[in-house]
Write a protein that binds this ligand. Sequence first.
Ligand SMILES: *Cc1c(COP(=O)(O)O)cnc(C)c1O
Length: 364
Amino acid sequence: MSWPNWLPLRADLQDLSPYGAPQIDGVIHLNTNENPFPLPDAVASAITKRISTVATSLNRYPDRDAITLRTKLARYINNLSNTEFTCDDIWAANGSNEILQTLLLACGGDESLVLGFTPSYSVHPLIARITGTPWVHGNRTDDFDLDVESAIEKIEKTAPKLVFVTTPNNPTGNVIPLLDLRRLADAAARKSALLVIDEAYQEFSTETSAVTLIAEYENVVVTRTMSKAFAFAGARVGYLIARPELVHAMLIVRLPYHLSAITQAAAEVALEHQEQLQAEVQLLISERERVVAGLQRAGLRTIPSSANFLLFTGFPDSSANVWQRFLDRGVLIRDVGLAGYLRVTIGSPAENDQFLAVLKEIAA
Ligand SMILES: *Cc1c(COP(=O)(O)O)cnc(C)c1O
């Protein structure tokens, strides 16, 4: 769009359009990697109850530092990964996208440089751009794996201040083994760069979490979210795990009282009910394998996924046309802008049945 003269939008933002997948009603949504299962009634009422006790004190600002929530998040990670984090090692915000933005506000800027390996989460370069931080694209192999040798070379050649990787990667679903992350952390450390590891889908993976590297590597930052496995996308809660000095840097640039009392209360209750909220993760993983089999039966190829979505290819028509044919039949999937590929989120068994039925119909 062309901007009017009276609107002093930054010149470097004028060619951007708002980020986001289409929001369409009356179809099944397999396009934004949400957990398809509604919150159990017991958890929903526990949240409502806690919020009603918070409601009477909404005249006051919330705990600016979200100490209780960060302590609970530390405990959650410690249980999963056998680590010893405290609230000093955790920062929380309105979704992991805000975490990434805060990180780039603190460490980015025009004298900094971010290196990422595409295709990956497209919000990373977008946030870099919005914070005025130059972005350098590194490559992945034809099958979207990260070639560590060439990644290390790229780090050495470009000397970035931040290196972004996503594992399991979005939109491809594949993981970077912990040993490779270790080598990337070493290479980044030699350049005094942070290695930022986006683990939005970690709960769907069997790979050891990169949080286990933080005790050894002071330059490793891991970002996580409650939006995916936790079935909590609507509440907007993300967090990072890193050394206390980095958390302190987040405190410098975060907006005062950024995380509302309502959000903090809801997230605390969600963490108290983590088993119930994540009860369907195993089901989603087995559904993922069922959808892989269905796609293969239709003559398509999938990228091995450790997340709650699949990237598939091998259809004769363009991505845009196949996407439209799914939508015409009531199934909204994601065209991630990779020619010849489409991404589908793993839904409930009934939703996956519908996806596979449409697939059969389209392939026939
Ligand atoms: C979904 C997603 C996020 C964003 O999560 P929010 O916490 O909802 O902001 C971050 N990173 C990746 C790779 C994602 O796919």
